[in-house]
Design a protein around this ligand. Sequence first.
Ligand code: PMP
Length: 402
Amino acid sequence: MNEIRPQFPILTTQVYGRPLVYLDNAATTQKPQRVIDALCRYYTTLNANIHRGAHRLAADATEAFELVRRKVQTYIGAESAEEIVFTRGTTESINLVAATFADRFLTDGDEIIVSGMEHHSDIVPWQLACRNKSVKLRVIPFSDDGQLDLEAYRALFTDRTKLVAVCHVSNTLGTINPVAEMAKEAHAHGAKILVDGAQAVAHIKVDVKQIGCDFYCFSGHKMYAPMGVGVMYGRKELLAELPPYQGGGEMIKDVSFERTTFNDLPFKFEAGTPSVADVVGLGEAIDFINETGLDRIAAIEDDLLRYATAAIDSVKGVKIYGTAPHKAAVLSFNVGKAHPYDVGTLLDKLGVAVRTGHHCTQPIMDRYSIPGTVRASFAAYNTREEVDLFIAALQRIAPMLS
Ligand code: PMP
């Protein structure tokens, strides 16, 4: 065993008297001890409300919070820390962009392009933001193996296309989408592009300048950080043009009953008290990833994905969904005609934690005419031995499923 796994205390948990095999990492990753310690340390030694305090503790908490903003900036290759807005997670980040972008830039007759493999949180915010406008969502189809049809994508642009919203990595199919190429195409048509990076940031190198995207959204809890914190990256010139999302403390310069002026970036988008401890935890998680090495993490996960994909073939009746050549560590499948929930429940009894259902991607399920899939997803701390346990469990339950 390498030095990664022992850093995660929860992985020694037993379920039903068996060792936990945690393969639900696309839903949320477990947290290393250092992230748990950072939260505890924050509340033990540093807790104060940030930005406004005149006292020492408030200054130190503010410094710790703002240090993480710069860490995130470096981690995703943003031009400036002002482009990093802290949110509660990917969902809130996309809702923020959708609401403010629609308010500022969208009028009746405009169009937004989304892909057919988007998470509901990259579909519904656009529908909500445009509910009082006649703005059409146009959808990029994908092939049976789970690759976006780029020719069809190009053909979807019209002179009314204002924005493209696409996931970097599909949480259901694992496909890594060619977002840099897609960004070029969007910009050639005068449209902006938002990339949902929820399933990418902990697995592949993300460089927002190299991608050339206008917005990039992600959650801390899928990258070894606490729940309750996420990031909305936006290009500075664009953020400057967008109106505030929520009103309240921190996002203002001056308030009177007649008129309010808004704070500078990024504070204009950070109304109210943020989850400071969780932001500090996110900084620690970034240090963990950097010190472990993202290349190494990607190599471990790639090995597990290949190993599991080859091994699962031995289970009778298994069909994999998402077999694109360029793929991250997500393995979605069904066993014969068995309902995914039944497969998940039986696996659980053998200690194997997977996710079942539509994974908040109902359009993908419609595309394949299935109710859902079973999804195993890998992180840096998983091992081949765990894959063996998972496959052995599947072999054992397979006869009960037909
Ligand atoms: N987009 C994708 C691709 C996701 O996988 C998820 C989480 N399953 C989300 C968005 C939403 O993330 P969160 O629930 O952390 O806001």
